[in-house]
Design a binder for this molecule. Sequence first.
Ligand code: GTP
Ligand code: MG
Length: 583
Amino acid sequence: MAARGVGLLSRLPMCAQRSQVLRPIHRLLSCPGTVAADARREQLSSGSTETGSEDRTPKKRFSEVQKERREQAQRTILILCPNKISEKKFLKYLSQHGPINNHFFFESFGLYAVVEFCQKESVASLQNLTRTPSMSTEAAIPFRSRFFNLKLKSSSDQTSGQSCIPCCNQSPPSSKKLFELLCDAESIDDQLNTLLKEFQLTEENTKLRYLTCSLIEDIAAAYFPDCAVRPFGSSVNSFGKLGCDLDMFLDLDEIGNFSAHKTSGNFLMEFQVKNVPSERIATQKILSVIGECLDNFGPGCVGVQKILNARCPLVRFSHQASGFQCDLTTNNRIALKSSELLYIYGALDSRVRAMVFSIRCWARAHSLTSSIPGAWITNFSLTMMVIFFLQRRSPPILPTLDYLKTLADAEDKCIIEGHNCTFICDLNRIKPSKNTETLELLLKEFFEFFGNFAFNKNSINIRQGREQNKPEPSPLHIQNPFETSLNISKNVSQSQLQKFVDLARESAWILHQEDKDHPSPSSNQPWGLAALLLPSITKSMSHDKKKRKKPPSERIKNLLESIKGSPENSTNTNGKRTVSTQA
Ligand code: GTP
Ligand code: MG
């Protein structure tokens, strides 16, 4: 059945192992029209809110979206293509195995295609006709995967000249582009919505995330048939930014579910009773073998690190083809439930995501957050702070978690490891807020609110939607919504918190000054959100020069010191602020 001159190789890990972990280089090109209409429809139906207007279409439950996406990913394949390829011939060849639902191309280390068949059987049909490299000649370890390598045998299958395949962009806009877009916006509200539009995960990027999980599931299934690998965190909670990591959860409960109704017999499966001293050790053992498996046999998995002694043990690796940095955990069901809760909050009101994206970008631009673990605030904590702030508005923009619990019915009941994680899952049953405040006002008020928050004595609590007395002396206390005795920001140091407070005050002040001076979107100066994302030093100095009679000399001195010789996006050991335009 294979078309003449075209051969597919099942993708093997050896070529990936040869190269080191490299950061992907993406090319910015427009998306193909082939998936656009479908993507638009799916984006709406999957609960992602349109910016600027309330979306009245019924929104899907988190579990429905996960199920649909997972099933879609199981019908999808990943192909490394030669650069000069005819899209038409490529699709014609693949269609021999069954109708194609949609496809797109992207660039990572080479040109890749993601092809979604209408039926799962098409994948098996293609696999059956695909050659596996021979061990003797290609030094490869055979693995039956859905990651293929297209080798064109005849030159007639190649297009002449440059490849004209349109590629989907997988990375956020450059700082320069972002500033241009923000400066061209008509209002601060428009700026926040623009930032959201530019940074949010695209339909294609989301598909690629689910596909990557599905490909990892194929590998994990070699050890644990019927397991599931599910994405969680910002990839699915609607707050994911292009380029964010891919958090995966190896779900072994599915295996138990197959025998859930067979409790009356005399037999127990031996694996279920194999004794290990503790659940943590069981988790470490499972992740250890999966880590080995990914390292040795995982097509495209490179730089595998087993971080088993962390509070939450994990396997970290790069999925070279998709370009995702992946964290695989197991026994982490509460995090999946947190993702569902954030998904609901993100879908309830279109202002939520616009605020969260802007605050996250603002924090990143000022090195308040970092991709390296340390004493900084995390994106997860920042999201909680925005949710809390929106619960505190009058009338509230978001309901409290306790209120969402009162709306829950029997099927929503969820207890994980003794923690009550119950809340309503059908977001269509939650009444929209009557609050009509603009994003501009909310942004200003956010900075004022946290610039003056009594962090020394109060804890942030989204369960009750009001501050509580701090139960322990950490500088920043944000109650874990489900494991309520835990603080999700325990790692944050006093100096990092102070930096956050100083920047929040400074940002509130800048927005107030602009109010007074009637900022001019038409002038060439960065204004509104663009001004807030600029390195503080430039901003402070120009503002101070123009407006302040007595500049706060200590702050300027610190800023000047920090800019000297500090690398972008880093914090020096003195805890002094460094500046960056990277959002
Ligand atoms: P990104 O920075 O975009 O990756 O945001 P993220 O929300 O995905 O954060 P991260 O990758 O650090 O963590 C993934 C998920 O793990 C989060 O969404 C939370 O559900 C959960 N998580 C992260 N940090 C904590 C924490 O300190 N406590 C608890 N309980 N859960 C956490
Ligand atoms: Mg993440």
